[in-house]
Ligand binder design. Sequence first.
Ligand code: FPP
Length: 237
Amino acid sequence: MPAAPVPRHIAVVMDGNGRWAQKRFLPRVAGHKQGVEAVRTLIRGVSERGVEVLTVFAFSSENWQRPAEEVSFLMDLFLRALREEVQKLHSNGVRFRVVGDVSALGVETRSLISEAEALTASNTRLCLNVAVNYGGRWDIEQAIVKATADGDPMAFAHWLSFAGQPDPDLFIRTGGERRISNFMLWQLAYTELFFADTLWPDFDESELASALAWFAGRERRFGRTSEQIRDPATSPA
Ligand code: FPP
């Protein structure tokens, strides 16, 4: 039997941290802290399976509207992860990138991001994109501004934050909501959408295996018919 197809690129909305904590009578931020553990497990799981790109939505353009203490906790958590995790990612062959409007982040955070991106730039095992102060509409707008300044607005796709990377094959959202929430709007056009009721901190190796098993059963048609997909002469690569 041929091996089950593995997505080249997985994009994840990690929802449900707050509820995970509240169920345990803990402050919401305890859920975010536990969420980082689930990110570690995910990175390990996808690296082992040969996924090329993993994108996680850590902080959206809209998350600034949360209570100030929660915003500052999330920023600190990210800063701490930059300090503590980047060497490990590097020794595991992971290329690290931040996607989003980093101009709103603190000076130290921005400088650690640049260092981490430079250090890991030639790693090829997995590319980890962390979306911070990111929104799909922001990305399209900033790309149009740059393309217009460059004299060819129609070429805006070249200026998107994910240019040069394959589009996600699989989108995973935990936490029970069935929506995209302004994530990768341009790139999700043909992505298979997997929604789990599991709260993000509980998304473990077996949950990843379930998502991948579901993905392996999907027929990806990219606008064609089933018959065309089964015929090697007309099937998309
Ligand atoms: C959504 O859960 C989660 C977030 C807004 C933050 C996700 C961030 C992490 C898991 C930390 C990632 C850090 C790094 C370094 C990659 P929610 O708070 O909306 O949960 P709720 O819907 O239960 O309230």
